[in-house]
Design a protein around this ligand. Sequence first.
Ligand code: ITT
Length: 192
Amino acid sequence: MRELVFATNNLHKTQEVSKLLLGQYKILNLNDIGCDVDIPETGNSFAENATLKSQYVVDHYQIDCFADDSGLEIAALNQEPGIFSARYSGVRNDQENLNLVLQKMKGQSNRKARFRTVISLVRNQEHFLFEGIIYGNIRETPFGTQGFGYDPIFEPEGYTQTFAEMSMEEKNKISHRALAMNKLITFLKEQA
Ligand code: ITT
């Protein structure tokens, strides 16, 4: 069976994709290939960072690979936090990052935002990008305890709950990550 690396250490993400590609690809994560390097994400966009990660694995391990990068983009903040989502406040702390966003959004009437994921796939030396976007609004105060990151302040368009008030299954039906992942899976199945 063909092997494909998912450049992540998140076991949950790897297991989900493995299930979807069962019988077609054997999915390995960074741990499986013995890569314990914190691959530099020095790009200026989600696409550049995802590409850096996938290309790093191909260059160093010679196995086809895909990688993802995601974040929250807020219209009134010039699309910040964007690629800085994980460390917007200067530290990798969800609560502090979320508080900084709420502080910057105080009194702001334009609450429009979107979550975006870009997946980069390097396969047979060819490069492909897949994108998933979900539009919504930033709440004035946090709601809900599920999920992670900015979920408690993001209300997807057409819904009255934040991502953090939804079950994981509900969020996974509509999320930016799921949309991008589904595009990748469809592509890989077509090519198999
Ligand atoms: P890896 O790169 O190690 O996979 P990460 O935390 O950097 O982990 P992402 O690139 O997917 O993961 O996301 C970057 C940040 O964007 C993340 O730390 C959150 O603050 C935010 N984010 C991304 N997806 C999110 C989601 O579904 N809900 C809430 N916040 C999210």
